[in-house]
Design a protein around this ligand. Structure first.
Ligand code: ATP
Ligand code: MG
Length: 719
């Protein structure tokens, strides 16, 4: 069979990797060296040269979008559809396995995925039940600790009993959390993975079945697998040993979430015969960008050591821009984007990356003022928006009345006169009888344990859900959605609410009907469409990246930029305390993870890289004086074009962040505040430089445009 075309666009090392005989293989290589391309070509090659059935291939990628892309690229290499091939994220693959074997995994068939928001609410409720004060038991921290245990494969019973009271309490919260989830058929993200692993470990029949089905397993971004994920992969690959892993230790950025870069080392131990291939040529970036990124990552110790070179052009110098404040930073970035677009480049060739999602707001404002379409990844994506989750709440309880998470979400949304007292009675009853909230509500009504008005209100809710369930039984998914929105009163509730926000909520709800209309189920999905749609929504919302890739400027956190590439990349907010993050500065291990994140960010850029920082940044409602990030200083000056009079590289940029804050009330001008001037009229304060008599203020006047004024003479008044 002719496989030559698969090899045409590969270099020698890549060919060696793609064409190697089946068996364990690790590709360890730097950013942009073609790892993902090699993995995709390998799939095509296995199918074509070895006549491997697409059914027996399992490929794990980092996002659902990456999975779709991989499938379609492999399809176009082969010219045949690969619909039956399992490609997806760890979470989506585990979800499919659990759906197919729910009972064996000890789950009800209608089990429901809860996202981290639901998980948080559940934990808060538990704390209340246990009479624990949130001030001493911060729910976020408990959530984190439960997830961390699960990610290491520890059930409450596996945690050593200790004399430490605190530890004991934590274990009992974890226990209670598990019991509640089990009772209501709820599965959180960490549970998806752990449950599947346990299923494979404990059930020989199912293990054999999957082991013989998946003859070839391929894993992208292997450096960010956690311990459960690696064990899962290892079990599946046990008989065949055909495990093809690609990764880059320098891009391991999820250590804080349990990822183990050590899995790369373990791989070599676990598969002593594994072939190790290194790719050293970068095809993505100009040599300036690549050299700069290499120089930054060279500051890390304990690297596995890789070479990376390119024969591409030098390209432009990296632009470094020091803004006086975050508004001005946004102004600069948007201006640069405007001239890039004017030169005929498409909008989706641009990405603005940031360390913290909170940075996006100012950038968004500026972009929308300039009329540039943009899209924010991370943050609140469609399926995470409150109104959408409300609507999904109704769908969930219709699909599974015992879903406590859904019950809590919608019992009083929109308000229907069910007060806290009533709810507490229901909760108490549920706890005392180990029942779901739904069953408890029925019992409470039955026993007339409540005042008549409360009973009536509760009864009306129960009737609503029951009759809705009947009503929609025979409808198409999108009609079901429409009916639920109308009958639940949600749509009306938001229609009657005032303001732009409410309007956009109505639009979003309408969009949900569209989403339902175009929803396609997986071929082997055994669920009814409604349940399948709910699961889809939960997985989409939990993902690090969004879906559609419209022709828009892309805004996203550095973490979600992994694996992607863009001709023009902005790294914004390059400041000590923000990036590297304050939390990481004092811990060498975490600081190195931040540096890897900087490396990931820089290596996303193909042609142009712009790094910006602001001398004053407003974060969490306060203004901070900042220092440029050490990662800027680590870029050799010869690669940098600095767009500011004062030079970072020559000045003594201390590697410490001194969080001096400006007290708003005592400073004369609030950034973003409104002022008025005798002859220029009203405007917005863009930036302030200097202090006291020297202070200069930049104001964007509504009529007169942007002006610099000396504060002492300008007679500006706040409005
Ligand atoms: P990352 O570490 O960021 O995930 P990667 O190693 O997966 O990067 P790819 O995304 O596969 O790298 O490839 C980077 C870019 O280089 C892509 O645009 C890809 O199409 C291109 N590329 C890879 N190999 C070659 C090649 N042999 N010839 C031309 N272009 C290539
Ligand atoms: Mg890749």
């Amino acid at each position: 069979m002719d496989v030559s075309h698969i090899f045409e666009e590969l270099n020698d090392a890549q060919r060696e990797a793609v064409g190697a005989a089946p068996g364990p293989m690790m590709i360890l290589a730097g950013a942009g060296s073609g790892k993902t391309r090699v993995l995709t070509s390998r799939i095509a090659w296995l199918v074509q040269a070895y006549q491997v059935s697409p059914l027996s291939i399992l490929a794990v990628t980092f996002t659902n979008k990456a999975a779709r892309e991989m499938r379609s690229r492999a399809e176009s290499m082969l010219g045949v559809p690969l619909g039956a091939m399992m490609i997806g994220t760890f979470h989506s693959l585990c979800h499919r396995i659990l759906r197919a074997h729910a009972e064996d995994a000890g789950l009800p068939k209608t089990f429901e995925i809860i996202d981290s928001d639901d998980q948080y609410r559940l934990i808060r409720r538990m704390l209340k039940e246990l009479d624990l004060d949130e001030a001493y038991w911060p729910p976020k921290q408990i959530q984190w600790s439960i997830n961390a245990h699960k990610e290491e494969g520890r059930r409450p019973g596996d945690i050593k009993k200790s004399a430490d009271q605190q530890q004991q309490t934590l274990i009992s919260i974890y226990e209670r959390y598990e019991a509640t989830c089990q009772r209501s058929g709820l599965v959180d993200f960490a549970e998806l993975l752990l449950r599947t692993l346990e299923l494979l470990q404990n059930n020989e029949l199912i293990r054999n079945q999957f082991q013989s089905r998946y003859q070839h397993i391929l894993v992208d971004e292997f450096q960010d697998t956690n311990s459960i994920q690696y064990q899962w992969v290892k079990i599946l690959a046990e008989p065949s040993k055909n495990l093809f892993a690609v990764g880059d230790d320098d891009q391991s950025i999820y250590g804080w979430r349990g990822a183990r870069v050590e899995n790369i080392l373990d791989f070599e131990k676990d598969y002593p015969t594994a072939k190790l291939i290194r790719l050293e040529q970068n095809y993505r970036s100009t040599s300036t960008i690549l050299n700069a990124a290499n120089a930054v990552i060279a500051h890390n110790s304990g690297r596995m050591g890789k070479e990376l070179w390119t024969d591409g052009e030098d390209g432009d110098l990296i632009t470094l821009y020091g803004a006086s404040n975050d508004l001005e930073e946004a102004r600069y970035i948007v201006e640069q984007i405007e001239s890039w677009l004017q030169s005929g480049q498409p909008r989706d060739s641009v990405a603005i990356l940031y360390r913290s999602n909170a940075q996006s707001r100012v950038l968004e404002e500026r972009l929308s003022n300039a009329g540039i379409p943009y899209r924010v990844y991370g943050g609140l994506r469609f399926f995470e928006r409150a109104e959408i989750k409300d609507a999904l709440g109704y769908m969930r309880i219709i699909s599974n009345v015992h879903s406590d998470a859904a019950f809590e979400r919608i019992i009083n949304q929109p308000t229907r006169g069910i007060g806290t007292k009533t709810l507490d009675t229901v909760r108490d009853h549920a706890r005392a009888h180990a029942q779901s909230l739904w069953d408890a509500a029925l019992a409470v009504i039955e026993q007339e344990a409540l005042p008549a008005r409360a009973t009536t209100a509760l009864q009306r809710f129960v009737d609503l859900i029951s009759s809705l369930t009947d009503e929609i039984a025979k409808l198409e998914l999108h009609e079901q959605t429409e009916t639920i929105l109308e009958r639940s009163g949600l749509l009306e509730h938001f229609r009657n609410a005032k303001g732009e926000k409410a309007e956009s909520r109505v639009e979003n709800l309408e969009e949900l009907v569209n989403a339902a209309r175009s929803f396609e189920m997986d071929e082997d999905d055994e669920l009814d469409p409604l349940s399948s749609f709910i699961a889809h929504a939960a997985l989409e919302a939990g993902e690090g990246q969004a879906d559609e890739w419209e022709e828009c400027v892309q805004l996203m956190s550095l973490h979600s930029a992994k694996g992607l590439e863009f001709p023009l990349v902005f790294l914004s907010g390059m400041e000590e305390g923000l990036f590297p993050h304050q939390r990481s500065i004092d811990e060498p291990g975490r600081l190195e993870e931040e540096r890897r994140l900087a490396y990931v960010g820089m290596t996303r850029a193909m042609q142009r890289l712009v790094m910006t920082y602001a001398e004053i940044r407003r974060l969490h409602g306060r203004e901070h004086y900042t220092q440029p990030s050490r990662f800027i200083v680590e870029v050799p000056p010869k690669y940098v074009d600095e767009q500011r009079s004062y030079r970072v590289h020559n000045s003594n940029t201390a590697s410490y962040y001194s969080p001096s804050t400006v007290n708003n009330s005592s400073s004369d001008f609030n950034l973003g505040g409104r002022v008025s001037h005798d002859s220029f009229g009203e405007g917005t304060v863009m930036s302030v430089e200097g202090q006291g008599e020297q202070a200069r203020v930049q104001v964007n006047f509504d009529e007169a445009g942007i002006k610099w004024l000396v504060a002492a003479f300008a007679n500006l008044e706040s409005v």
